[in-house]
Design a protein around this ligand. Structure first.
Ligand SMILES: Nc1ncnc2c1ncn2[C@@H]1O[C@H](COP(=O)(O)OP(=O)(O)O)[C@@H](O)[C@H]1O
Ligand SMILES: [Mg+2]
Length: 255
């Protein structure tokens, strides 16, 4: 039997620290959810939980809070029927989901307990996968690389969106993330979005130096910077060039 094609788009936003992953994730979430026709799930996979602020959502519980509570119970010798446990985690994860009309938000948090808790990790991942099935788009703000997304959040990424500024450092990181991803992860599309571009020729330079597919670029934008400085939600960002650049990348999401 043919494998059923996955319907929804799962976008992992990855790149070097500080290049604009959280800003891009928030703006992408904004444009995907604003017409109200699509259900969008934004996942903050960065332990620093910056995406919630950028979306104007407050986090009450993270997946790792839940994970740590489960580990504690297991260590205390608490026995629970697997079915019961799945039902309870399912309930608690839905409880951790913050919902605003057609937009939902889930924070992964920060793992505190060391050691291998493979069973719990894979259980949580399975449930996040089930939750993701209810959404048309899932935007994952990754800590830096795709390995972490793959290990802690989800294995079924359809779009790998690399973000970088036009610096050699940033682009080298994007290039190595792509290489690792190609070796270890199945995805449908990969593209590089250049951020904080000051002159268009910077984009051409990156295009000529790197074998990466540049799908668009976002200018240096004082509104993004000011919003971040003031801790304001990018969901309220007025019309501007940066937002138009994000809209242009939507074609890339078509499958
Ligand atoms: N296009 C842009 N113009 C101006 N400032 C930007 C732009 N993109 C990101 N920034 C600023 O750069 C900093 C890092 O961005 P952020 O999205 O948090 O990066 P990351 O999530 O990759 O660490 C923030 O202060 C943010 O406001
Ligand atoms: Mg970030």
């Amino acid at each position: 039997m043919d494998e059923v094609k996955q319907q929804n788009s799962i976008i992992a936003v990855c790149g070097k620290g500080g290049v604009g992953k959280t800003s891009v994730s928030a703006l992408l979430t904004k444009v995907l959810s604003e017409d109200g026709n699509h259900k969008v799930l934004a996942i903050d996979a960065d332990p620093a939980v910056g995406l919630s602020l950028a979306l104007g959502i407050s986090v009450t519980k993270t997946v790792d809070d839940l994970r740590n509570a489960l580990i504690e119970k297991a260590q205390e010798g608490f026995q629970e029927d697997r079915r019961e446990m799945i039902a309870r985690i399912d309930y608690e994860l839905f409880d951790a989901l913050e919902e605003r009309r057609n937009l939902a938000f889930l924070a992964i948090g920060r793992p505190e307990k060391d050691g291998c808790f493979c069973r719990i990790n894979s259980l949580l991942k399975d449930i996040i996968n089930d939750i993701a099935d209810n959404f048309d788009y899932v935007v994952i703000d990754g800590e830096a690389g795709i390995e972490q997304v793959n290990r802690r959040v989800m294995e079924r990424v359809t779009h790998l969106l690399l973000v970088s500024d036009t610096s050699v450092k940033g682009c080298n990181v994007a290039e190595s993330i792509e290489k690792v991803a190609r070796r270890s992860i199945a995805f449908e599309k990969v593209g590089l979005l250049l951020n904080r571009v000051k002159r268009e020729e910077e984009v051409e330079k990156v295009r000529s130096r790197y074998p990466l597919s540049v799908i668009g670029w976002m200018p240096e934008d004082s509104i993004i910077y000011e919003f971040d400085r003031e801790g304001r939600s990018l969901m309220e960002m007025p019309k501007c060039d940066a937002l138009s650049s994000i809209r242009k990348t939507l074609d890339w999401l078509e499958r």
